[in-house]
Design a protein around this ligand. Sequence first.
Ligand SMILES: [Zn+2]
Length: 382
Amino acid sequence: MGGCDDSTTTSWAYGTQAFRIQNAPISDSGGSSATVTACAMLLDAPVIPFPRALLPPPQKSTPPAFYIANAGPSKGAGLFAACDIPAGDAILSDRPVAVVPSNVNAPWKREAFDALLPRISRISRDALLALANCKPLSEYPVVEGIALTNAIQVHLPVSSSAAPQEYGGVFPTVSRANHSCGLNTAVKWDLSSFSVTLYALRPVRAGEEIHIQYVDVFAPRAERRAQLARYGFECICPHCDLPDADAVARSDAARAELRDWRHLHPRFLPWSTDMCRADDDIIVSNLRALALVKQEGLYGMQVPFIEEIALSYAVLGDELRFREWAQQVVDLCAGQDPERASKFTGWMAEPQSYKEWGWRAKQRLLLDRQKPPVDVDISIPW
Ligand SMILES: [Zn+2]
């Protein structure tokens, strides 16, 4: 483990911020020293120093669940599944080789970004420089160009008084994944292990290309294409390569509906105690959301819908269906959101431990009993 403090005093001022280069407290097989590290970071001074010992990244599967190969003439290298990967499984973990600030446009930018390179160990530097760069070297320092092409947002421990500064990490392996507007994986950053893990959002078949998102996938196709132009390509994913204007309008409308779903559709909590509403209100609504998720490949947002269906069955006291949906939450969240997974595991072990278990079923029974007796038609139909 290398130290997190370093000896350089060079700092670059930007408004009230003062950026300087720090070593990430990790090493690669080439080791690390006070001046060379597996990952150099250009950070604003108020970033709180890192803990000295970071956890190792989550264990990678052996053999790896992915491989890198050519993804086609216009796409270059891409990431592919080496085996069938179940939904919710971790595919790989990756540590950054550089962490840089986003949206800093200062005259010293080239000097500071260039100063990062000699601070990065040989192994990490080779991995960094092997990545695609869609920005011309004449206009952007090489590390910035590579970061603008590949960086993934990372959350760093920033002291509360600091101006909110966003940071991007350049990851040698995850950055190989190409963009699609329909996603089969999600990326999760974990500070305690200083790594990102790529999780399967749905079952991924062996040989299937693994995609991540570069732009807001809820935006209409035209907007997505405009945003992707800065990466120098036109998206030809199945959700952009559509046959006609009607198909584009349908896809745009579905994405907009999913983005605004929470404002447009009935919510679980008010429904759970409102007996004037139909018992299947929330289930029907969330099933529609899941159909749109599938249509547009936006699997990253499916868990809250599945969760609400599970909880609706809990409130309805339908144990069989509750288990069926709760199991999906557990499978999808085991790696990415273990807290949520264990909550559902507990309820599956003992459904009655869910506070509102069967509440609507009991109310429905009481209401039915209170109903005035139905007039029995005793007229004889002849
Ligand atoms: Zn697309």
